[in-house]
Write a protein that binds this ligand. Structure first.
Ligand SMILES: Nc1ncnc2c1ncn2[C@@H]1O[C@H](COP(=O)(O)OP(=O)(O)OP(=O)(O)O)[C@@H](O)[C@H]1O
Length: 660
């Protein structure tokens, strides 16, 4: 029996420590005893004990392994005794292999990080960046979204941008809220991971990941933030920058542009002069507002020039206040507000809307509001004539008359809560007023405005809006149906003589049969369905641009110009999704409308004639007794000048001609 004190050996070779691992192996003495025949371990121990200088590489293995795998010696001895098989050589070889593999892995990583540092460029975008959502949408729609096999589904809300890109039949067939919701498929986007795609002959890597972030406050619950990374082979990041520009352009094209509208913030909630974001609405394309003459182009060119950075310097060098004002005047519903919003959309400006009729608005508020305007914006003062503004001491005929229902004489306080003309003038061009804004004032009665309000420098351009001319009626009609019109003369072989697709082509048969109520499962009763049928069935019409032009001419023939406002024409067309139907029904509609207008005007005329006590239904006179005559004369003159009333005077002749 040989007894070798491993403790001594290892103290010498490896551990150099009295409290070695082997204490646990022999709880009696802290020594390890080998019994039995020769063993490599024994040999090693002997070699180590006798001659510390001569060692084979594998000689270290048992000791090393014992250090790394406590209990190894016991196991190897057990196997040796039980099976006569020495595992030492294999374990040693395995040990060397593992060491080698680890080294290779380490070197590989170093090499890859060097390649990444010097051979791969990358750009990271964090979750809170404006681009983040655009990138996810782009990658989902244009790239890996179609091929990725691990996707994240996101429910779509009604009103999302892409809602209108869905099959329009969906909405004619499933009219009600719940029906629409269930039919709206979710959005899919790539889940966390790495995706590859090739664009413009270049390989890109897209990575989506998330990482821990420290809470910014004790109430901040979100501890993870997402990020995306684009990588590509190459020294420079330019290809990724180009890709990001491409994505931004794509997003701009696919996004519904919004115009932000702000109103004065409620005084109880905010400081004086603060503006609150009232709403956002899709920007109205400027071409959808049709004016009788070409003044729209003139206006756009003027605003464009005004907003150029060079213009600001031009004004500054000449000491002229850098402001521009416009007055839009004309009858109600002729496009004054629409053009203001369209301008805002075109130039990417926010609209700051002030109503001078707001009873809570004081002059101090107004000045504070003007002072807190941003550098570039549109300030919209609507119906400026209705605010009851007046200049103290101005002659009666120069008074700006109040809105219907309000009474104020020359000495009376203004209609709104203390806004006088001078208060308004001070606000819009006072010293403190912010420069760079575009002021748009709208009115139905320009002749009632004080000269001071519209003098050059305050109002630099006036645009007259008229009741619909033939040109406007035609354009409004064409724009209403233009999207469905096809380029070719015969748009579709299966179109019948009237442009209607035969019934067989109507998708999914009768749409009414599918209707469900707001409760989703609650079906609509038969009677209601029958009532809804003619109202909801959508006529599918295919027609060419030429056919649409022909129809527009027929439509224009039936509507007399300078009689209806563009808003009235538009309102007639909106429920008639089929242009044939519109042409068919327009004559009757126009006759009815004209009759209503004529009745209203003749009533107003008789009221104006009948005396000062009576309140005129169209516009109440604001003058006191001594001004009543002039006020009534004005109204009288207005009614007489009205083209509709002139038609009324020639009613019989009109009827004989058969046109309205
Ligand atoms: N010239 C026009 N071209 C196209 N659409 C028009 C035109 N005028 C009016 N409309 C349509 O009529 C509706 C009402 O127009 P808008 O509110 O701009 O009229 P307005 O002149 O500002 O009326 P008000 O004087 O009563 O404020 C809008 O939906 C708009 O689409």
């Amino acid at each position: 029996m040989e007894t070798i004190c491993i403790k001594a050996l290892l103290t010498h070779r490896i551990l150099e420590n009295e409290t070695c691992h082997f204490a646990s192996l022999d709880n009696m003495s802290g020594k390890f005893r080998f019994r039995g025949q020769q063993s490599p371990l024994l040999d090693t121990a002997r070699t180590l004990g006798n001659d510390g200088a001569g060692q084979a590489p594998l000689d270290f293995a048992p000791n090393m392994l014992e250090a790394f795998i406590p209990g190894y010696s016991v196991i190897s001895r057990f196997i040796l005794q039980a099976f006569g098989f020495d595992i030492g050589i294999f374990v040693s070889a395995g040990f060397i292999l593992v060491t080698f593999a680890t080294a290779v892995r380490f070197l590989g990583r170093r090499f890859w990080s060097l390649v990444q540092d010097y051979g791969i460029s990358s750009i990271h975008i964090l979750e809170y960046d404006d681009m983040f959502e655009d990138i996810l949408k782009w990658i989902s729609k244009e790239q890996v979204g179609r091929t990725a096999r691990t996707l994240k589904a996101k429910s779509k809300a009604l009103g999302d941008d892409d809602e209108d890109q869905l099959d329009e039949n969906l909405f004619t067939q499933e009219l009600f809220h719940t029906g629409r919701m269930t039919k709206l498929p979710p959005n899919y986007e790539p889940y966390y991971g790495t995706y590859y795609f090739v664009r413009n002959w270049r390989l890109y890597v897209f990575e989506r990941g998330r990482r821990e972030r420290g809470a910014r406050s004790p109430w901040d619950r979100q501890t993870e933030e997402e990020h995306v990374t684009f990588k590509t082979i190459g020294w420079k990041t330019q290809p990724i920058k180009d890709l990001l520009s491409e994505i931004k352009e794509w997003a701009a094209e696919n996004q519904t542009l919004l115009t932000v509208i702000r109103r004065p913030a409620q005084r109880e909630r905010a400081r004086q002069g603060a503006w609150a974001r009232a709403l956002e609405r899709p920007s109205r394309p400027v071409e959808t507002v049709v004016l009788a003459d070409n003044r729209k182009a003139e206006l756009i060119a003027d605003v464009h020039e005004y907003l150029l950075p060079t213009t600001r310097r031009w004004y500054a060098r000449r000491g002229i206040p850098y402001r521009r004002g416009y007055l839009f005047h004309g009858p109600p519903g002729t496009g004054k507000s629409s053009l203001s919003f369209a301008l805002a959309g075109l130039f990417g400006l926010e609209v700051y809307l002030i109503s001078l009729l707001d009873p809570n608005l004081t002059e101090t508020d107004l000045t504070a509001l003007f002072n807190s305007l941003p550098r570039r914006c549109i300030v919209l003062l609507e119906d400026i004539d209705s605010a009851g503004l007046k200049r103290p001491g101005a002659p009666a005929d120069k008074m700006i008359r109040p809105r219907r229902g309000k009474t104020s004489g020359p000495e009376e306080p203004p209609a709104s809560n203390g806004i006088s003309l001078s208060g308004l003038l001070n606000a819009i061009d006072g010293v403190a007023s912010h420069e760079g804004r575009v002021l748009v004032m709208t009115t139905n009665f320009p002749e009632r405005l004080d000269d001071a309000l519209i003098r050059p420098g305050r109002v630099d351009m006036q645009i007259r809006f008229t009741l619909a001319t033939k040109h406007q009626i035609r354009e409004i009609f064409v724009r209403m149906y233009d999207n469905e019109a096809k380029e070719s003369k015969k748009a579709n072989g299966d179109v019948d003589g009237n442009g209607h697709i035969p019934k067989a082509n109507e998708p999914n048969g009768n749409p009414i049969s599918k209707l469900t109520g707001f409760g989703g499962k609650r079906a609509i009763d038969q009677e209601t369905k029958e009532l809804l049928k003619p109202l909801l069935t959508k006529k599918h019409t295919h027609f060419s641009k030429d056919e649409l032009r022909d129809l527009a001419e027929q439509f224009v023939e039936e509507v007399k110009e300078d009689t209806f406002s563009p808003a009235e024409v538009q309102n007639f067309l909106i429920p008639r999704k089929d242009p044939w139907k519109a042409v068919k029904e327009v004559r009757e509609w126009a006759a009815e409308m004209l009759e209503t207008k004529v009745n209203k005007l003749s009533m107003a005329k008789s009221l104006a004639e009948s005396g000062p006590e009576t309140t005129a239904p169209v516009e109440e006179s604001g003058e006191k007794d001594n001004d009543k005559k002039s006020g009534n004369d004005d109204d009288f003159e207005e009614i007489n000048k009205s083209p509709t009333f002139q038609q009324f005077e020639n009613k019989d002749e009109t009827k004989e001609n058969g046109s309205v």
